[in-house]
Design a protein around this ligand. Structure first.
Ligand code: ADP
Length: 398
């Protein structure tokens, strides 16, 4: 592999980590990302607790201690945080006031609550990019549908544009693409960001990681191919099919972004490569991310291990790519609701380089993320053939 993105050693100081082994780690959220964090923690035999509203969540199966509670609830998050030494997240929508209080009281909280507070709100995120000269599509912020309409009439918003709910959107929910006045009925009644619609050439993601000393390392940029109907990543290619120059620019942008947020741990930076070969930040996630699942198998250090190393104050591991990979999400077949069955899985398990991860969600729903597959191969072309076979044969039905 030609693309290697080594650690940028900005700081040669070291921290005393002799006591890391005795630290109790708490993860807010017990979905699949939390599960994979717990699994990766077993090599170092780390003590992990998880807080999630559902005792049936993916991570409850593998964590040392599970606590049931609402992640938006101040008391639930505060009490959970008091039972551990280091707190991190696998989902953004958590109570940041409780995290601020815990940080004030001396708990180690990564990502920092003030950064999380900005990232939770797409309006604050956009303003942050503008303030820090980080390139993003042009935008304006509106309070409601009426204001969007007024700004169209004033000529401050022009077609085509994208409306994004400021808070609580995920996997394309809370995003409306308005190509012309015919689409105006799709406008959502919510405080929102209105972005100019970008002519996207490719959607890229760079997973950056930063240690407690400020050293930053970036994984090879990946390219995400979306399922238009599900509005979810259908599969991703590692490495992205882009020139070395664009890959380097993407890494510089991700590095500048993680430094600006002053984050310790993972920051997934999603970007658009537009028709003029310009890179624009779309959004970020301050936690392990769907676009980094493949690092479990195709990189020396997975994003999950890296997150744990960073928050414990340990040195980061190598982010060198071992082999090209394709990652595809296993989505519930549309139209099926109920106890999940995995049709055709045995045929996929027989294939060389195919690694299947199931998240243990007992109920399937249309397009629900039920698992993922990482395909390792010497070339992306042959990995793509395997991906097509898996799309055709592996079906989650009820
Ligand atoms: P979510 O937080 O739900 O993932 P995103 O902000 O990433 O939402 O938007 C979902 C998808 O909508 C993106 O992956 C992209 O395909 C499309 N999209 C978002 N913003 C724009 C934009 N400004 N121009 C064109 N397409 C966009």
């Amino acid at each position: 592999m030609s693309a290697i993105f080594p650690l940028t050693k900005m700081n040669n100081k070291s921290v005393d980590v002799s006591n890391f082994y005795n630290k109790k780690i708490g993860i807010l959220g017990g979905g699949q990302l939390g599960k994979m964090l717990c699994v990766s923690a077993t090599n170092l035999h780390l003590d992990i607790s998880v807080l999630d509203p559902s005792s049936d969540c993916s991570a409850a199966f593998v964590c040392k201690k599970f606590y049931s509670g609402n992640l938006s609830d101040y008391d639930a998050v505060y009490r959970f945080g008091q039972s551990v030494d280091i707190i991190t997240i696998e989902i953004e929508n958590v109570n940041t006031e409780a995290l601020m209080k815990l940080a004030e009281e001396g708990k180690v909280v990564h990502p920092a609550p003030h950064a999380l507070h900005i990232i939770q709100d797409k309006g604050l995120q956009k303003e942050f990019y503008s303030r820090n000269n980080l390139k993003t599509s042009s935008y304006i912020i509106c309070e409601n549908k009426k204001e969007v309409q007024e700004q169209i009439n004033n000529g401050l918003i022009s077609f085509p544009f994208v409306q994004k709910s400021r808070k609580a959107g995920y996997d394309g929910k809370g995003v409306a693409v308005i190509n012309s006045s015919v689409d105006l009925h799709k406008l959502m009644e919510t405080p929102c960001v209105i972005e100019q619609k970008v002519n996207i050439q490719k959607e890229l993601s760079v997973i950056a990681v930063r240690d407690v000393l400020g050293n930053v390392s970036c994984y090879a940029p990946v390219e995400m191919i979306f399922d238009e109907l599900a509005n979810l990543v259908k599969y991703l290619l590692c490495p992205a099919q882009i020139s070395e120059t664009i890959a380097k620019k993407a890494i510089v942008l991700a590095t500048e972004t993680i430094n600006a947020f002053d984050i310790v741990g993972i920051l997934a930076v999603e970007m658009f490569l537009d028709e003029n070969n310009e890179l624009l930040i779309n959004e970020v996630a301050p936690r392990p991310h769907n676009s980094g699942h493949h690092t479990i198998e195709n990189t020396f250090t997975s994003q999950y291990e890296q997150q744990l190393r960073a928050i414990l104050g340990l040195p980061l591991g190598s982010v060198k790519t071992i082999m090209p990979a394709i990652m595809l999400n296993i989505l519930g077949e549309p139209g099926y609701n109920g106890a999940a069955k995995y049709l055709g899985i045995e045929k996929c398990l027989e294939m060389e380089g195919v690694k299947i991860h199931l998240y243990g969600k007992s109920e399937t729903k249309s397009y629900r993320k039920m698992g993922h597959v990482t395909i390792l191969d010497t070339s992306l072309e042959s990995a793509k053939q395997k991906a097509e076979y898996i799309f055709a044969h592996l079906k989650v039905i009820a």
